[in-house]
Design a protein around this ligand. Structure first.
Ligand code: 4UV
Length: 527
């Protein structure tokens, strides 16, 4: 049974992303859009107007072209959220190049692995991240020939330098349907992080699809605390907001008092979060010290939002709460509760967005199931990725011959078309909305000479948070305790990937073909 979006299809303009976001600026000169603030730095209050932003994007594109960056080349961006992130990001796309956005918390090794895999030739970063950037670019197989430091650092071109060059943007012709725009990394349903190939059309489509369901316009002030390197921050907080001419207020990282101050002082009426922020908003006493009345809509995604928790936030703050569901591979949104739909429960992910259709299949048999029965969610639409970079096998096992993306999430659709995410059949662990690929931690654990075998799954801790747990088999006679295993991992990965619980086993349960039987480990955990 195919479940279609209840909404009519929306038109998807046949243009590249920069054109879609900024193409009409010159025609709108005089209407005030060029002077309207596009981005505001939440800490300093410094702002960039749409006119300034567009001019900077063109100059960055010109400067990149002058450095030999050509259409289809990959440029890494390794930076926290600031207004200049948007300048760098759209400068790369305006040059016809592809942005591979890197998690700010990555270690030098993790950064090197993304740069190597993506084939990036230029890296754009900030001075505070330069140590990691330089170490990564020295690693074997990394092709980066220049590091640009947005603020400034001796020996590197800065954003001011690029702008001062005053080069005109190159003449590139974008084919939105086939030319890649971004290459974010996601582990998908299995294995290590892979480059997710998203075209200009994928990104433009998803913005057009979601803008039908949210009430945003030039007077909207969006808080961008979710990182731009992750698809949710990139597309929903940054790009969709810039498309409608809204103002995006940036924060480089989450810090509760600063978050509350920025909402109050910058009067942001639309705030995008992942569920852990809702916990703080429901419970922390400091929340009462700020005037949060400007916040009209609080939108949660990237992990399950608990219905009671959402109700507690609503009761305390009086704002509208909405939830969406998405995946990097879908640019990212496939489901959301529209702003105007008071009737849809906040603990659900709402309705299928326009231009999409879904199926649910029984994970054991692959048979399609109907309403009211849980099944793996399959989604099809113009926002579904073209595939994983250099990984046909992973692409083929994720997007089937009919174009349906197998999400690895288990959902139920009710008779009104409202979707709830109820379970996950993929390996992926989500810690506070961040992806933790078990395969990566397992490979790392196996590099420890005291460890004979290992498996990692997600378990729920006492605060209701999903956390990575490692099952470890010691080498014979090895002296290894839980603290040592935790420390071994913590020294080598970004903090959100840390193993938080360890259990020692005699053997890891495996199938005849040697695959880890995660469902046995999960069952053991439940017991
Ligand atoms: O690939 P990824 O890291 O992507 C995301 C994207 C989340 C977004 C984006 C835009 C929105 O508007 C929005 O509401 C959410 O997280 O991880 C994808 C996996 O995260 C889990 C699920 O397992 C996906 O396959 N996930 C994402 N959103 C939800 C969720 C949710 N609302 N409830 C439960 N799980």
């Amino acid at each position: 049974m195919i479940f279609r979006s209840p909404f009519p299809d929306v038109a998807i303009p046949d243009v590249g992303l920069p054109e879609y976001l900024f193409g009409d600026l010159s025609q709108r000169d005089g209407t005030g859009r060029a002077e309207h603030p596009a981005l505001v730095d939440g800490s300093s209050g410094r702002s960039l107007s749409y006119g300034e932003l567009a001019a900077m994007i063109d100059k960055v594109a010109g400067a990149l072209a002058a450095r030999g960056v050509r259409k289809g080349d990959v440029v890494g961006i390794f930076s926290p959220n600031t207004p200049f992130y948007a300048v760098a990001f759209h400068g790369v796309l305006r040059a016809g190049a592809v942005a591979t956005t890197v998690n700010s918390l990555y270690t030098a090794d993790e950064l090197a692995s993304q740069l190597r895999d993506s084939g990036a030739t230029v890296l754009i970063t900030i001075s505070a991240f330069l140590d990691r950037a330089e170490a990564a670019t020295k690693a074997d197989g990394v092709r980066v020939s220049e590091i640009i430091v947005l603020d400034a650092a001796p020996g590197h071109a800065s954003l001011s330098d690029l702008l001062a060059e005053g080069a005109a943007p190159p003449d590139v012709v974008i084919d939105p349907a086939t030319d890649l725009a971004v290459l974010p990394y996601s582990s998908g349903t299995t294995g290590r992080a892979k480059g997710v190939m998203l075209t200009h059309r994928n990104l433009v489509a998803n913005i057009a699809q979601i803008c039908e369901l949210i009430e945003v316009g030039s007077e909207t002030r969006v808080l961008a605390v979710l990182p731009f390197f992750h698809i949710y921050g990139m597309q929903v907080t940054m790009n969709a907001a810039l498309h409608v001419g809204a103002t995006v207020v940036t924060m480089p990282k989450f810090d509760l008092p600063e978050f509350l101050r920025v909402i109050a002082e910058h009067r942001t009426d639309r705030v995008y979060i992942a569920p852990p922020v809702a916990v703080a908003l429901a419970k922390h006493p400091i929340v009462d010290s700020y005037d949060l009345s400007p916040m009209k809509v609080l939108f949660s995604g990237a992990a399950p939002l608990d219905e009671e928790l959402a109700a507690a936030v609503k009761a305390r703050l009086g704002c509208t709460i909405r939830q969406g569901y998405g995946m990097t591979e879908m640019s990212p949104v496939s489901h959301m509760i529209p702003d105007v739909r008071e009737d849809i429960a906040i603990g659900t992910v709402g309705l299928i967005i326009p231009n999409m259709e879904c199926k649910l299949i029984d994970p054991a048999t692959g048979d399609e199931v109907g309403t009211g029965v849980p099944g793996e969610l399959l989604c099809k639409g113009p926002n579904v990725m073209v595939g994983y970079l250099n990984n046909k096998e992973a692409t083929d096992s994720t997007v089937d011959a009919d174009g349906y993306l197998h999400t690895g999430d288990v959902a139920v659709i009710d008779e009104n078309g409202v979707v709830s995410i109820v379970d996950r059949v993929k390996e992926l662990i989500k810690y506070k909305g961040y992806q933790v690929p078990p395969a990566e931690l397992e490979a790392l654990l196996l590099t420890n000479p005291l460890i004979a075998d290992a498996a990692v799954i997600g378990v729920i801790d006492e605060e209701g948070e999903e956390v990575p747990k490692a099952f470890v088999v010691r080498q014979q006679g090895a002296d290894l305790d839980e603290a040592a295993v935790r420390a071994f991992v913590a020294e080598r990965v970004a903090p959100y990937k840390k193993v938080r619980v360890v259990e020692f086993l005699e053997a890891i349960p495996k199938s005849a073909s040697g695959k880890i039987l995660r469902k046995d480990l999960r069952a053991r955990e439940k017991a």
